[in-house]
Design a protein around this ligand. Structure first.
Ligand code: GDP
Length: 512
């Protein structure tokens, strides 16, 4: 029912750009949003206090720009993971005194994966240590080359604090918007995205929606995921009641029967009965799909897609424990590219695998390669829910072998790692002539005397080897299962610390 209706080219009219602000923590995202909001309020409401509704419009050169008030690329990519394609332009904030930092690179990769135009705001130029040229230099290393240096990236030096050059920044946003030729048909039923939603004690479900095409009218019936309802009240970002909202306008809406998820797409439909019916049909479909679950992004699935000619890129997100191994893994995997298949690294960084890596992988049809790193439990769950394959390695050639076999269609490795369980070190004892003994607790699965083990500290694998001893009280035992305490030592490793997690695994031969 959604996009069956063809878009009539002749009815398209220009619409305001939708902008998101991204960058490293403390580089000034919130300050920049504040500066823009306070210097560019829409005239009629000048002096009025903007409500917080997750998105707002400002005016520059008599034109409008919509800002999503969600600093952080995680929120942005999480919305995309739900299918939302809301942003046209990303302003990448980089502090001139700090330069390109890990989250700057993450933001770049998230924006690139979303195919969003990037404008760089080099912030904090009022500071004595500011060095915009260094920022430009560092960005060059990540494929973002300033116009004045022969590239095509627009970079504007600003001070969010002193409110300097904010006008120029917004002018550049409008310039990019013009190049993108953003258009929508206001003359049809509305469609858009839920930006955020919550349950208000008095008013019930409250949703901030961004209209993306058509015009949303007070009284319209809407559906969003499994939520539906009839608009009881609609206000703009200033809290003023409005009767209708056109493309790129954010509004706050009352009247849904439940709280929809952020990133969910909403549709206006002819009446509430239709809305209810459609939602029920959807819920049924969702249930149906739960039963035929197959990994959405796995090496196997990617291989099938390559074989069927559906994709040409084998997309990877690579995380590793240290810079050296990261570079080595990345370059050796990229070298596997051939005429048919390109190994494409969407994002790579040092550190544990995070939820944001999972969402990025999900939206870019990538699998995650972890080298000497481990995902946290919540991350593993997120990956399961998103159906993203996480492949963990501690030997580079094994990673190469797997990816190579995926490309050649010879997928099964001869040996497969089977994780038995995890134990947590709760106390450490130094015993002379014996070494370090960890007082431990089996948190899940089991550990066996003949297990191979890896020691994980803060998500990073710091050692891999064999179990030295496994005891219950004073006795050597063959295995200890979940919920029991035990004493362990690790061969040739005396550095276990309280809080370390020990993963026990065995290598099993795969029968063909
Ligand atoms: P966010 O974490 O990216 O949202 O960063 P914030 O907007 O919270 O800013 C972090 C810190 O940098 C705050 O103490 C701000 O006052 C400061 N800051 C932000 N912009 C500027 C600026 O243009 N100049 C100076 N000197 N400080 C700034």
């Amino acid at each position: 029912f959604d996009d069956i209706e063809e878009e009539d080219e002749s009815k398209l009219v220009p619409r305001p750009p939708v902008v998101v602000v991204m960058g490293h923590v403390d580089h000034g995202k919130t300050s920049l949003l504040d500066a823009i909001r306070s210097t560019h309020v829409i005239d009629s409401e000048a002096g009025g206090i903007t409500q917080h509704i997750g998105a707002y419009m400002v005016k520059a050169k008599d034109r409008r720009i919509t800002f999503l008030d969600t600093p952080g690329h995680e929120a942005f990519t999480a919305m995309r993971a739900r299918g939302a394609q809301v942003t046209d332009i990303a302003i990448l904030v980089v502090a001139a005194d700090d330069g390109v930092m890990p989250q700057t690179i993450e933001a770049i990769n998230h924006a690139k994966a979303a195919n969003v135009s990037i404008i760089v705001a080099i912030n904090k130029i009022d500071k004595p240590g500011a060095n915009p040229d260094r920022v430009k230099q560092e960005l060059t290393e990540h494929g973002i080359v300033a116009e004045e240096w022969g590239g095509d990236a627009i970079m504007v030096p600003v001070s969010a604090k002193k409110r300097e050059n904010i006008d120029q920044l917004l002018e550049m946003v409008l310039l990019v918007a013009d190049m993108l030729e953003l258009k929508a048909n206001p003359d049809r039923q509305a469609k858009g995205t839920i930006i955020e939603a919550k349950l208000d004690k008095e008013r019930g479900p409250v949703a901030t929606m961004l209209v993306q095409r058509g015009t949303l009218k007070a009284g319209d019936s809407i559906i969003a995921g499994s939520a539906f309802g009839r608009i009881k009240a609609m206000t703009n970002d200033k809290g003023t009641a409005i009767k209708s909202a056109g493309p790129s306008m954010p509004v706050e809406v009352l009247g849904m029967n439940e709280v929809p998820d952020a990133g969910e797409i909403f549709y206006a439909v002819t009446d509430e009965k239709v809305a209810k019916h459609l939602v029920e049909k959807r819920k049924y479909k969702q249930k149906e799909q739960q039963y035929k679950k197959s990994a959405k992004v796995s090496l196997e699935e990617l291989y099938n897609q390559i074989k069927e000619g559906k994709v040409k890129d084998l997309n990877l997100v690579i995380k590793a424990d240290v810079q050296g191994s990261l570079e080595a893994v990345k370059s050796s995997l990229m070298k596997l590219s051939n005429d048919e298949v390109r190994v494409n690294v969407v994002h790579y960084a040092v550190g544990a695998i995070t939820e944001s890596d999972v969402t990025l992988a999900q939206v870019s049809n990538a699998i995650i390669i972890g080298f000497n790193v481990r995902p946290g439990i919540n991350v593993t769950e997120a990956a399961k829910a998103a159906e993203v394959d996480i492949r963990l390695y501690s030997i580079i050639y094994k990673a190469i072998e797997d990816v190579q076999s995926a490309m050649n269609g010879l997928l099964e490795p001869t040996y497969k790692e089977v994780v038995l369980g995890h134990i947590e070190i709760r106390q450490v004892f130094k015993v002379s002539n014996v070494g370090t003994i960890g007082g431990a607790y089996v948190t899940d699965g089991k550990v066996q005397r003949n297990s191979e083990v890896r020691v994980v500290r803060d998500g990073i694998v710091i050692y891999e080897g064999k179990l030295g001893s496994l005891k219950r009280f004073k006795d050597d035992v063959k295995e200890v299962t979940q919920g029991y305490e035990c004493g362990v030592s690790i061969e040739k490793f005396n550095d276990i610390k309280e809080g370390d997690v020990i993963e026990a695994f065995i290598m099993e031969e795969v029968k063909r």
